[in-house]
Design a binder for this molecule. Structure first.
Ligand SMILES: [Zn+2]
Length: 166
């Protein structure tokens, strides 16, 4: 039986086996047999990727917290309208919205982009429905609306950036 003589070494970064004459580790991409500047570049890129991922996570987390806050705001304002107008339909609609936002916030851990996009579209829809119902409602709490929208858009941008690299 003929023996195939393949010389193996271990990658110094991830400890996976690699061919002796290969320049790059096929597992992690480290230039094991490259020169010093190539190795330095690999480390610099890895540090940069890590800090970018951390930044993205923070932005997605803040967008998710926004979703939790929105769930709370919808529920509390629904309760408030229920007691001041005695309108059970408003309470039910707000509670349903609050539950949807809780679900979206939970879902954003797995699919941040889709969850935040859905939250944004739903929020815009609520604004449009309210404006059709009562045009002056557009300017009610306009600052809060802008803050919520900018949080959602920021979170969506981060989510789209972070999934690109995967
Ligand atoms: Zn490796």
């Amino acid at each position: 039986m003929e023996e195939i003589n393949v010389e193996l070494q271990h990658c110094s970064q991830c400890n996976q086996e690699m061919l002796n004459d290969a320049k790059f580790c096929t597992y992690c991409g480290f230039p094991e047999n490259g020169d010093e500047s190539e190795k330095a570049q690999f480390h610099a890129q890895r540090v940069m990727k890590k800090s970018q991922a951390k930044e993205n996570n923070q932005r997605i987390n803040s967008a998710r917290n926004t979703l939790y806050w929105m769930a709370g705001i919808f529920f509390v304002s629904g309760l408030f309208l229920f007691f001041s107008l005695n309108d059970i339909a408003v309470l039910i609609a707000s509670s349903i919205l609050a539950i949807i936002y809780l679900i979206l916030a939970y879902w954003s851990q797995k699919k941040p982009f889709a969850a935040i996009l859905s939250a944004l579209l739903l929020y815009l829809m609520v604004i449009v429905v309210n404006v059709i119902d009562e045009p002056s409602s557009l300017f009610k709490g306009i600052l809060l609306k802008i803050i919520i929208l900018s949080f959602l858009i920021k979170g969506m941008y981060s989510a789209s950036q972070s999934t690109k690299g995967q």
